[in-house]
Every structure is written in structure tokens, then in C-alpha cells.
Design a protein around this ligand. Structure first.
Ligand code: 15L
Length: 272
């Protein structure tokens, strides 16, 4: 059987770098695309590296050629000017989806974010957590870009019968410690991130889905039910880092009461 080829945009970013070794497996080639050239393959690593932007339709068309699935991580990963969010995050997602559709890629996983619903209050989360399909309440232009990404994903799924899974990622870092106390709620461990992407790649005919990307954190506010329905079984819990963050400051005021934490009060449209 031919190798499965998975295209990852934004492969040089934080999540892309964490996923590169974790999504490697026999019978799979990872094709890595980024404006910042991805590191060349290690000996024996089944990786193809491409340099290019998700905003460049020709680069995206070349990147999609012969790929079986797309994991779209490309775009700004925090607040930025409206023009940048519009160009890179919104327009870039449309270009990525259009290129995937034209190349016959049937499975697309879009990296959305908790900031699509950042202005939902923490106390909206019931005992099972905030449902993954809670309607958008963005906290930034960045969050608006993620809400637009989800809408574009829905459009391409409905129009073209593609499987499109939008993952509202909490915070995916090596450990939650860099995030202070909020990380105990929002952390997606890298290993759970890989488990989640594997579930998204292999679930039979999911159609369009919205799911949360979070570990099984004791303090999590996000529902795991929708991801579990795709086969995701998280193994990690940020609580094991609780002692390390106990003395770090937690969010205060509006940031403390809302899903998006400090994004809710960061100056709108300013890169920070
Ligand atoms: C995100 O969407 C960002 O990409 C990431 O850098 C973190 O800041 C994360 O949200 C978060 O909310 O912690």
C-alpha cells in the first residue's frame, strides 16, 4: 500500500514542532510547510520539507498535491493587527481549504482555539465542561479569525463532502508551567495532542466536527465528549504540575472569569 502523506502547515510553529516527532509512524510521510523553513529531515525521518506561505495559492496547491490529509496549523498564533489576521489567518485558511479541495484531499483538521469563545464565562461550563459547539464569543481579532476558520471549515465540508474537524485547542506547550495557573485548566499535553490528531485522522467519516483540544485536566472547563466520540483518549492531566505553578500569579478581573484569560484584556489589534 502507498504511504499516507499528511501535509502540516505552520510546521515550524510551537504545535507543529511538538507534533513532528509524535505524528511520525511507519507508512506515513509528513509533508511540512512553513514560511520559516522547517528543519531538514533527520536520517531515516519520513519527512518532506517545503517553504511557503498559506497565503500563496500556488505554494498551497503544490503542497497539497498527492497529500491524503491536511493538518492546518498555519497562521498567527496570537493577537495581531486586523490586516494580518484577515490576510494570514482568514484568507490563508480559505486558500488552504480551496487547495485541499482542488487536490482531492478528503480529510482536513483545522487548528482553532479557545479564543474563538474566549469571552464565554468560566461558569458557563457545566459539570461536563463547555460544549465544543458553543457559538463564537471571540476575545480578540485572533479569536475572530478562528471563528471564521470554523465557518470556512463548515462551508467546505457542506459544499464538497470533505471531512473537516476544527479543534479548539486550549494551550499546547511542553508543560503547562509556562502558562501559570491558567494552564492547569487549558493544557493540551503534546502527547495528548498527537493522540487527538491521530483520532482526527482516523475516525471514519466524521463529516464536519467541532471538538476541544485539551488534556484530561482535573480543572478543565472544556467538554471532552465530542473528541471522545472520534476516539480520543487523553492520558495526561495538568494537575501533576500544580505544585510548580502554585506560586505563579493567576489571571485577575475579567481575565480570571473568562475562557480566554489574558487575551480578553490584551489591547485589541496589537501584537504582544
Ligand atoms: C492560543 O490560541 C495560542 O495560539 C497559544 O499561543 C496560547 O496562547 C493559547 O491560545 C492559550 O490560550 O493559552
Amino acid at each position: 500500500m502507498a504511504d499516507e502523506r499528511v501535509l502540516i502547515t505552520g510546521a515550524s510553529g510551537v504545535v507543529g514542532t511538538l507534533m513532528r516527532p509524535r505524528l511520525a509512524k511507519p507508512g506515513r510521510i509528513l509533508r511540512l510547510l512553513d514560511v520559516r523553513p522547517p528543519a531538514p529531515p533527520e536520517p531515516g525521518e519520513a519527512v518532506e520539507v517545503l517553504t511557503g506561505s498559506v497565503t500563496d495559492p500556488e505554494a498551497m496547491a503544490r503542497a497539497c498535491e498527492g497529500a491524503d490529509a491536511l493538518i492546518h496549523l498555519g497562521g498567527h498564533s496570537r493577537e495581531n493587527s486586523w490586516e494580518e489576521i484577515l490576510d494570514v489567518n482568514i484568507n490563508g485558511t480559505q486558500i488552504a481549504l480551496a487547495a485541499a479541495q482542488a487536490a482531492g484531499i478528503k480529510r482536513v483538521i483545522l487548528a482553532s482555539s479557545n479564543h474563538a469563545v474566549g469571552f464565554r464565562r468560566n461558569d458557563e461550563a457545566g459539570p461536563d465542561g463547555l460544549p465544543a459547539d458553543s457559538s463564537a464569543r471571540p476575545d480578540t481579532y485572533y479569536g475572530v479569525g478562528k471563528a471564521a476558520m470554523e465557518a470556512l471549515g463548515s462551508l467546505y465540508a457542506s459544499r464538497f463532502g470533505m471531512d473537516v474537524i476544527c479543534v479548539r485547542i486550549g494551550s499546547c506547550f511542553e508543560t503547562p508551567v509556562v502558562l501559570g495557573q491558567r494552564g492547569l485548566t487549558t493544557w493540551l499535553s503534546p502527547d495528548d495532542g498527537a493522540r487527538l490528531f491521530e483520532a482526527c485522522l482516523s475516525a471514519p467519516s466524521p463529516g464536519y466536527r467541532l471538538i476541544w483540544g485539551v488534556s484530561n485536566n482535573k480543572r478543565r472547563l472544556f467538554s471532552l465528549d465530542e473528541a471522545a466520540a472520534l476516539g480520543y483518549e487523553p492520558q495526561d492531566d495538568a494537575e501533576s504540575y500544580a505544585a510548580e505553578v502554585a506560586d505563579l500569579p493567576g489571571p485577575t478581573g475579567i481575565a480570571a472569569d473568562h475562557i480566554g484569560g489574558p487575551f480578553c484584556t490584551a489591547p485589541l489589534g496589537e501584537y504582544n
